[in-house]
Design a protein around this ligand. Structure first.
Ligand SMILES: Cc1ncc(COP(=O)(O)O)c(C=O)c1O
Length: 387
């Protein structure tokens, strides 16, 4: 089966009793046993639930993986991967990783006796320089947030595997519709299913996918032990979203390409970060490993005031955190996704206060373009910090 068909058919046969084409919501915490000799496959919803099982099967299939575990959030999925480490272990974190993952590594892992170092995912040779005898895991992502860099997954993974590390890749920004990191050698793929997989900004969730049975078992056990399971309704919503992932991604990518090209030609925009632009430093890598360039675009302006003005004067775009939903969002990283970092840490990662991040939705692109252009044009050129 091909991607779009898998999304609609894997794990989704009509329900056995009434033949409903759309799976019912199994809003039950517990499931009856026939007798004491046969433990039911699903007996308690913290451990498993039919809606969760269906979605796990679909997401595993979309990532070309065997085992998927679902979580109540993307961060719980990240935490489950980190829980594979033990006291005394050392972790390598890409220096432009999502802010929440960075916070976990910096603030919480040390409390468990786990240390971390940063590496540059654009430069796989940097891995060797920060390796320690106790380094056990490496985590990276791409396109990165919000600079849209695209690390070469195969090269980074090869370098990490040579050092014997477990490789984790956060595929949230691309979605399985655009790239499948397990095919490139990664051990565990993770998602904030909140974003493209669910796709309608109405649910928070996470997933890990792997082909390694031992890793899958440990992750599942951690989920069960810590109770980070998503609810039946959340799984039902996410499955409804996943069914249309392929067509949504087509439109996200098409709209994003048009907007990125138009903004690159706009003299008021000083920089556009989008891997679909030939000017993007990782355009060739993106062409090689992604089937399209994604729906996320970051832009920079000449001043902080201009960036903030545009964020506050769009009318079709909504000023909000998150990404990957059908509606377009505009975000200001210093106050949103990267608020927990210091200004210095953000600048080190190439995130100036003049940057905005756009999650391009599936609206008519003419409305999106007109909206952002009117917001840019309406900026009163005399406004300054002291005005
Ligand atoms: C790349 C990435 N990974 C993980 C997460 C965390 O996901 P969640 O908010 O579902 O916990 C996010 C959230 O924005 C993200 O952008």
């Amino acid at each position: 089966m091909h991607f779009a068909t898998k999304a609609l058919r894997v794990g989704q046969d009509p329900d056995p009793k009434y033949k409903a084409v759309v799976p019912p919501i199994y809003q039950s915490s517990t499931f009856a046993w026939d007798d004491l000799d046969n433990i039911p496959k699903i007996d308690y919803s913290r451990c498993q639930n039919p809606n969760r099982e269906m979605l796990e099967q679909v997401i595993a299939a979309l990532e070309n993986g065997e085992f998927c575990t679902l979580f109540s959030s993307g961060m719980a999925a990240v935490a489950a991967c980190f829980a594979l480490l033990k006291q005394g272990d050392h972790l390598l974190v890409a220096n432009d990783i999502y802010g929440g993952t960075f916070r976990l590594a910096e603030k919480y892992l040390p409390k468990q006796g786990i240390s971390y170092s940063s590496f540059d995912a654009q430069d796989p040779a940097s891995i060797e320089k920060v390796l320690q005898p106790n380094t056990k895991m490496l985590i990276f992502e791409g396109p990165t947030n919000p600079t849209m860099r695209v690390p070469d997954i195969q090269k980074v993974t090869k370098a990490a595997k040579e050092a014997g590390l477990t490789v984790v890749f956060d595929n949230t920004f691309a979605s399985p519709a655009l790239q499948n990191p397990l095919d490139l050698g990664v051990d565990i793929v993770l998602h904030s299913t909140t974003k493209y997989i669910s796709g309608h900004s109405d649910v928070v969730g996470g997933a890990t996918i792997t082909n390694d049975e031992r890793l899958a078992f440990e992750i599942y056990e951690w989920n069960k032990a810590f109770g980070c399971n998503p609810s039946p309704f959340d799984n039902w919503l996410s499955l409804r979203g996943a069914r249309t992932l392929s067509v949504r991604m087509e439109r996200h990518c098409k709209n994003a390409q048009i907007i990125a090209e138009a903004l690159e030609a706009n003299p008021k925009v000083t920089k556009v970060h989008y891997p679909g632009l030939t000017s993007h430093p990782d355009h060739e890598t993106a062409k090689k490993q992604m089937s399209d360039f994604g729906g996320m675009v970051s832009i920079e302006f000449g001043s902080v005031e201009e960036a903030r003005w545009v964020a506050e004067h769009v009318k079709v775009f909504l000023l909000a955190e998150s990404l990957g939903g059908v509606e377009s969002l505009i975000a200001y990283p210093p106050l949103m996704s990267h608020a927990t970092m210091t200004e210095e840490q953000r600048l080190e990662r190439g995130i100036p206060p003049t940057m905005l991040r756009l999650s391009i939705g599936i609206e008519d692109v003419r409305d999106l373009l007109e909206d952002i252009q009117q917001a840019i044009l309406s900026f009163p050129t005399k406004v300054s910090v002291n005005a």
